[in-house]
Ligand binder design. Sequence first.
Ligand code: ASP
Length: 349
Amino acid sequence: MPSGSSARPLSDKRVYIAYTGGTIGMRRGERGYEPAPGYLAARLEGMPELSHPDLPRYVLHEYSPLLDSSDLGPAEWEEIARDIAANYDQFDGFVVLHGTDTMAYSASALSFMLEGLAKPVLLTGSQVPIAEVRSDARENLITSMMLAAGGRLSEVCLFMNGRLLRGNRATKISVGGFDAFESPNLPLLGEVGVGIELREELLLPPGERLQVRPLAGAEVAAVRLFPGISAPLLERILDGELRGVVLETFGAGNAPSRDARLLSALRRASDRGVVLVNCTQCLRGSVNMSGYATGRALSLAGVVSGGDMTVEAALAKLSHLLSLDLPVERVRELMPSSLRGEVSEVQLD
Ligand code: ASP
């Protein structure tokens, strides 16, 4: 285990495993892979290595219904967060088994919902079901259990294929590769080879008291800009009930600036109290709205910088802040600054 892990042997520790659904525990059926209640539990019982003295004891809890991660959203995130809170004192750490498709969204959401976290929450899954011979599930599960019991992490992380990522920095980049996730703007928190190497200097400090912050139905959306996007289209989107919008912009945070109607649609929405956040479509790097006139036009229209946040993290953070009933100006101020390590502090805007 990582150097400095707390003194109790792992076999004395307890990990709570929550299975939400997803490929890792799916069974091959007539219609392709599908989740089946009790199936994962039976597979785990058949794995003698899970009772090895080098591994923590575990309890598996399966949600009902088991869902492909495309069907998970705020209600399920709240169920997971409340489940972790209810079991918080009885376990050393938590593993959430989850489909990979929306794992980065769930990891981001949980990072904001679990305020004051002082124990590890590891999201993992697999590209190939655990029951298949050439599956990545076994290694992902076993290492996640060790990390969850290791006593060094106090945050929501995502672990896949030997790579430990901060949950709210992760994004899915590969449909079929075992290296399905990237942390484009923050180095990995750890790497697993012969040993488990954690980058201690990057880890978040433990929180003081866990509190679940539900995402109270804040209406947010992500809008991907594209060359030729029309002002009427943007007006129709912005004139709805939305309270926050993540604008996915070009390069360093740029948008078309020659269409006055487009910019005034943004200005009007902003004046009505909609929080508009600028995130780049590029995988790496940060928004800098003062670099180009086209970016500056957005800033003048009331758009705030999302820095180097992923869109997944920006959406979750926007929902989180809007759920706290803060004044809109305070939400705008907080968007570019780090709450859970989701954005780099040094920004160009
Ligand atoms: N479609 C699946 C899901 O996200 C894929 C996976 O589990 O990796 O639930």
